[in-house]
Design a protein around this ligand. Structure first.
Ligand code: XMP
Ligand code: MG
Length: 180
């Protein structure tokens, strides 16, 4: 698996530093509150578990799954709700945990969905931001790392379901896209 990687963009240590910084920021912003932290499956799970353990705040945890990619490397444009949250978000402070914000469509969809349900506040915390990929106006409140307009894998991010368990973030060798 490691052999399929052309270059590393962010090491395990870079990611750890980012998680610590975000956890501290969220801790100071949510003093005295009890937000629901919602992980966007599946890409955000590694990032989410690392950030929440850097937060000194009471939280509830939930998960949501939406699909826009259908296994490839380009966004399809339409978002589908695959798994909904279980908790009632009405009147609650919500923090979404995302792996990456690219076109911004997923973020916009998620924010609109929970705003409609009466969440008191909605913030987005993302491990990575790809600002050049944006097609809709969407902005994360907490950003770990910025990435160039390239398809990245690792630390939760996949190509056809693979590479999520890489402990760093990297770019695949071009030949991998045709082989698997
Ligand atoms: P949008 O375009 O809606 O995308 O902001 C958000 C979702 O798209 C996936 N995504 C990627 N997945 N490498 C990946 O493995 C990438 O470079 C990449 N860019 C976007 C991801 O699932 C994210 O939640
Ligand atoms: Mg995703």
């Amino acid at each position: 698996m490691n052999n399929d990687i052309l270059k590393t963009l962010y090491s395990k240590e870079d990611i750890q530093d980012a998680c610590r910084r975000l956890g501290q920021q969220i801790t100071s912003d949510y003093k005295g509150k009890k937000p629901i932290v919602i992980g966007v499956l599946k890409g955000a799970i590694f990032f989410m578990t690392d950030v929440v353990r850097e937060m000194d705040v009471y939280i509830d945890i939930d998960f949501i799954d939406v699909s826009s990619y259908h296994g490839g490397t380009a966004s399809s444009g339409s978002i589908e709700l695959v798994k909904d949250v279980e908790l009632d978000v009405k009147g609650r402070d919500v923090i979404f945990m995302e792996d990456i914000i690219d076109t911004g469509r997923t973020l916009k969809y998620l924010e609109d969905l929970l705003a409609e349900r009466g969440a008191k506040s909605i913030k987005v915390c993302t491990l990575m931001d790809k600002p050049e990929g944006r097609v809709v106006d969407a902005k994360a409140d907490y950003v770990g790392l910025e990435v160039p307009n390239e398809f990245v894998v690792g630390y939760g991010l996949d190509y056809k379901g693979m590479y999520r368990n890489l402990p760093y973030v990297g770019v695949l060798k071009p030949e991998v896209y045709s082989d698997k």
